[in-house]
Design a protein around this ligand. Structure first.
Ligand code: SF4
Ligand code: SF4
Length: 173
């Protein structure tokens, strides 16, 4: 029918005219982000981390520092785990590289700082900050509790292959 398009268009206009405001009054109101939202900063679970430093090797900017020492029964202590987010470009290659799901992109996004040093995250930060992991690349992160989860049952006590390789290299094999 001639003019039907105009009527349909006006119905859409009228519907939106009568709809209530949808503006979110940030920061008093906040939208809930999607589970795979890639926010700033990281979530790191010390209990899951073996100190293998694969994340550090995967980082194109070299901003992850991992230092370990010999622990009991051949295990490794992760003495230092640090990320300089002032240089990080949030590519998440480190998260994708971690074989033990110890590192996640975070869901927080309000982390502006006055000093660059405040953007340097260390173990104290990771172990005290509220954990809000993103499900990016790790879909089973959805619903992870804010507190630290139990250690993985299959966490290797000793990176045997790495140690054997190190010994072999020292021997010049
Ligand atoms: S997100 Fe990218 S740049 Fe940042 S620490 Fe991970 S690998 Fe490095
Ligand atoms: S790759 Fe994962 S397990 Fe290995 S040091 Fe990094 S966070 Fe820890």
């Amino acid at each position: 029918m001639y003019g039907l398009g105009i009527v349909k268009g006006m119905i859409v206009t009228l519907r939106n005219f009568l709809r209530g405001p949808i503006t979110v009054q940030y920061p008093d109101e906040r939208l809930q982000v999607f589970p795979r939202f890639r926010g700033q900063h990281f979530v790191w679970y010390e209990e899951r981390c073996t100190g293998c430093a694969i994340c550090a090797k995967a980082c194109p900017h070299g901003v992850i520092t991992v230092a370990t020492s010999e622990g009991d029964n051949g295990s490794r202590n992760v003495d230092r785990y640090e990320i300089d987010t002032a240089i990080c470009m949030f590519c998440a290659l480190c998260v994708e590289a971690c074989p033990f799901q110890a590192l996640y992109i975070g869901q927080r996004f309000e982390l502006a700082a006055y000093r660059r040093s405040d953007l340097y995250l260390d173990k104290q930060y990771f172990n005290t900050v509220r954990k809000e992991p993103s499900a990016y690349f790790v879909p089973d992160a959805t619903g992870l509790p804010a507190e630290i989860p139990a250690p993985r049952a299959d966490r290797p006590a000793e990176p045997a292959a790495a140690k054997e390789l190190e010994v072999a290299m020292r021997k010049g094999a």
